[in-house]
Design a protein around this ligand. Structure first.
Ligand SMILES: [Ca+2]
Ligand SMILES: [Ca+2]
Ligand SMILES: [Ca+2]
Length: 364
């Protein structure tokens, strides 16, 4: 009994000493960081991933970072915030000079932060979980729905659906031999096995599988969408066409502008490898959504709480608490999703999400 009491005392003491708030917890009215001032990061933030799998696309094993945009965009920098775990580094930890991921290449991941409306009103409530969502995953859904819509009702957007592809626009390219992995070069594969080298390595490939295009006359054409270009291929041939991406796929914040307003609320589905930024049930903040998870394919609420796009950046709601009071963002400082609120001069309010481990030691 005495041993039990002693162990309990140790536990209570250690909790008191290490008291703080975990990554992905939401601020409650009585929390000690409530009301503390928050600051904008000059230059804002971007989201990127380290392609640890070498696939040139974002996968489950690739760690994701909240990156200071003023730093060189292509490298993970000191004090960038990990949004999921890598090795023994937890979600919400900051990169330091000694860490394995320091100065590693960072690939931009266009993303938004959205909530899943599970509780209360349709507004953002305390129990509604929050996600980092891959922007172009939603855009794909819009596109697919738009295609479907056009199929079902031919009266709408018919001229846009009219096939812009002409066979004379295609050119012959020898298929990539495969087998040899060339650094800095990526290869996309169509369903007939034809492999095409993508010469613009800065393009981000959106589609994991090619989609079939219906042309008025045969032959069968597939397309793989990138952000910068669409890659068309006539199956069973060596014919390809590389066309600049449609405006929908550019870094536009008006993806749904031209679409039915009743389609617009359907535009953001939780996708595989989206990241939970707060807890939902027994699924922890900092975990990625994988197949068969209860939240996969649920519809996220829009508008976004924050956006991380190449242009039209609106990351003002990611703000930091200057714990050491030196007027700049550095290692001791904490990061918040400052929604609600998020205006200059505002502080931490209830329902803000902590994006770093927040130490409960007295701050400013
Ligand atoms: Ca990868
Ligand atoms: Ca709600
Ligand atoms: Ca500071």
């Amino acid at each position: 009994m005495r041993v039990f009491l002693f162990a309990t005392l140790i536990l209570i003491l250690s909790q008191a000493i290490s008291s703080g708030y975990d990554f992905g917890t939401k601020v409650m009215a009585n929390d000690i960081d409530m009301g503390k001032p928050l600051f904008d990061l000059p230059g804002g933030w971007t989201i990127g991933f380290w392609d640890t799998t070498g696939t040139h696309r974002y996968d489950q094993a690739d760690p994701v970072y909240l990156h200071q945009a003023r730093c060189r965009n292509s490298m993970i920098a000191a004090n960038d915030v990990r949004l999921n775990s890598i090795g023994n580094h937890c979600p919400g930890s900051k990169v330091t000079f000694e860490d394995i991921d320091m100065n590693k290449p960072l690939t931009p991941l266009p993303a938004t932060i959205n909530y899943l409306n599970l509780y209360g009103s349709s507004a953002y409530d305390l129990d509604d979980p929050v996600y980092l969502h891959q922007y172009y995953c939603g855009a794909n859904n819009i596109d697919a729905m738009q295609e479907q819509n056009a199929d079902e009702s031919s009266h709408k957007r018919h001229d846009e659906k009219a096939d812009p592809l002409r066979i004379e626009d295609f050119e012959i390219r020898l298929p990539h031999g495969g087998g040899i992995s060339v650094p800095g070069v990526r290869c996309i594969e169509f369903s007939d096995g034809y492999q095409l080298l993508v010469s613009d390595i800065s393009d981000i490939i959106i589609d994991s599988v090619p989609s079939r295009i219906s042309m008025c006359r045969e032959p069968k054409v597939e397309v793989i969408h990138g952000i910068k270009a669409n890659y068309y291929h006539i199956l069973g041939t060596w014919l390809v066409k590389i066309a600049p991406a449609k405006k929908d796929y550019q870094f536009s914040n008006e993806v749904d502008r031209d679409y039915d307003s009743n389609l617009a609320p359907m535009t953001a589905f939780i996708c595989t490898n989206d990241i939970r930024l707060s807890r939902i049930g027994n699924l922890s903040p900092g975990t990625k959504v994988v197949d068969l998870d209860l939240d996969q394919s649920k519809i996220l609420a829009i508008p976004d709480l924050a956006r991380f796009l190449e242009e039209a950046r609106n990351t003002a709601r990611i703000r930091f608490m200057d714990k050491n009071g030196n007027g700049e963002f550095d290692y001791p400082d904490d990061v918040y999703l400052n929604y609600p609120s998020g205006r200059t001069g505002d502080g931490v309010v209830v329902n803000n999400v902590r994006l770093t481990l927040v130490n409960a030691s007295p701050g400013p």
